[in-house]
Design a protein around this ligand. Sequence first.
Ligand SMILES: Nc1ncnc2c1ncn2[C@@H]1O[C@H](COP(=O)(O)OP(=O)(O)O)[C@@H](O)[C@H]1O
Ligand SMILES: CC(=O)N[C@@H](CCC(=O)OP(=O)(O)O)C(=O)O
Length: 283
Amino acid sequence: MKPEVGTLLEALPYIREFHGKTVVIKYGGAAMTEPELREDFARDVVLLKYVGLNPIIVHGGGPDITAYMRRLNMPVEFVGGLRVSDADTVEIAKMVLVGKVNKDIVSRINRHGQPAVGLSGDDGQLFRVSTMTGPGGEDIGFVGKIERVDVGVINHIAEDYIPVIASVGADRIGRSHNINADEAAGAIARAMGAYKVMFLTDVAGWLRDVDDPSSVISEASADDVETALLTMEGGMRPKLQACIEAIHGGVTYAHIIDGRLPHSLLLELFTDAGIGTKVRPAS
Ligand SMILES: Nc1ncnc2c1ncn2[C@@H]1O[C@H](COP(=O)(O)OP(=O)(O)O)[C@@H](O)[C@H]1O
Ligand SMILES: CC(=O)N[C@@H](CCC(=O)OP(=O)(O)O)C(=O)O
């Protein structure tokens, strides 16, 4: 048998399993720096829609926000993987995420043959946020925690389009907040009752030792993750926190995969081997 046919046949049971299912995909800033990878990503998402999945994209753009802040000589600070955000920082985050990154993703998906629609928390009042603190209770400014997602808005759009969601939104009195895109993806997956949530990032997965790329933890239970979160810092923290949020809300699996790898989405979804870290409910 030709190897290409083998690959398609290997994918068939997965296509059947995932048909009609909602998959929330967090597309991370660190994995979106290469134009070629951005193109591959858009093509993969279109393929998912064509084979009958319901992909919902939630994106970040942290490195882009940092680059613009530096141009404006603004101080850049993170606490527990969350950007400290005063009102000026929120304004930059909003301009970069909604105006630049979101439109780039939307137009690439459009070009590959499925229409996409960009949304932020403000559109159709998609989500409402409250102000959150850092992991140690620190004041980190206008950083939002999603309190409520209007899934009706996403379902309505997803009937005909691929929703592409930027992680900014407002609180009850209309103040804009910067939301970590991992937190947004976890909350949206939970609210949507998604089958899976997948985080594309710039490492091979959750690493046992952050300095050893070969130390990927291929599978972990929600309990393992909760234990690790007690001491974890850096960008992996909000990702694992979001995995827990999603799994506790009924999402079957959460995956952290290497967005630097071309077609990583397809490799995880449609091959027997899979890639990265899979978080499952506590057994
Ligand atoms: N145990 C860990 N395993 C993997 N990555 C980790 C770990 N601890 C901290 N990190 C950091 O988390 C980063 C990924 O998070 P982040 O930079 O926020 O990515 P993204 O932009 O994709 O959301 C990695 O590049 C790595 O530096
Ligand atoms: C509060 C907070 O941390 N907001 C993030 C939003 C963007 C984001 O999460 O981007 P990545 O997924 O590329 O890291 C930030 O300002 O960087």
